[in-house]
Design a protein around this ligand. Structure first.
Ligand code: IMP
Ligand code: MG
Length: 209
């Protein structure tokens, strides 16, 4: 157990196991390779949450000798367990984006506000093409039509080209996803029930005194 682990008895159901994550990462990597043999894309990690998924994916792609560059961008929108509705695009670190194909690597698509904001930012930087690769997609009532349309580009939403799995509309932790920085290092994706969230809130109270 590390400093930001949540006790096992406070974690809820496993929605995606470690094994399933590994399987899906390999499947997505194969599709990415097929589509990008001669595009020399930039893989853009949306920090912090996507870091674990991004590192896995890059390792698989490097082993398969795909030629690509890596980049990182900090974006924040979540306040503990809900989207704040305000998305801040922070520091970008990576090669010049102008004229390049970018593959955005995200941990989860929830309200998709982050993605919309990021896509506008990349357009303003003059990228030539964008694709999205996400580990998880949260099935919210508001995104039903997008799902029916196969996550293709519609209503100002981008196309999600590579997706690991759909999950039901729960707050989750694990594989990079956190609640106030807790739960990121779980290897499977778990629901974080209200008791788990309350336990984390308690820990943070002690820190801020
Ligand atoms: P969106 O802008 O609402 O699509 O949310 C994007 C970001 O919010 C994701 O990249 C995550 O970092 C975070 N997020 C959304 N849902 C969850 C969740 O269930 N657990 C932890 N973080 C989440
Ligand atoms: Mg994220």
């Amino acid at each position: 157990m590390n400093a930001h682990s949540i006790p096992g008895e406070l974690l809820g159901e496993v929605l995606i196991s470690k094994q399933k994550i590994i399987e899906r990462e390999h499947t997505m990597a194969d599709l990415i390779i097929k589509d990008n043999l001669d595009t020399n894309p930039i893989f853009l990690c949306v920090k912090q949450g996507a870091k674990y998924f991004f590192d896995d994916l890059c390792k698989i792609l490097e082993n398969k000798e795909l030629i690509f560059d890596k980049a990182w961008i900090s974006i924040s929108s979540y306040e503990r367990n809900a989207s704040s509705g305000k998305v801040n695009v922070g520091e970008y670190s990576g090669p010049n984006l102008e004229g390049r194909k970018v593959i955005i690597v995200e941990d989860i698509i929830d309200t998709a506000l982050t993605l919309k904001k990021l896509i506008r930012y990349l357009e303003s930087e003059g990228v030539s093409e964008q694709d999205v690769c996400a580990l998880l997609f949260k099935k919210r009532p508001e995104n039903l039509f997008w799902r029916i349309l196969g996550l293709r580009s519609c209503f100002g939403l981008p196309r999600i080209r590579y997706l690991g799995a759909f999950i039901p509309n729960y707050f989750v932790v694990g594989k990079g996803l956190d609640y106030a920085d807790y739960g990121r290092t779980e290897e499977a994706v778990h629901i974080l029930p209200p008791e788990g969230q309350a336990w984390v809130d308690e820990q943070l109270k002690d820190v801020t005194i």
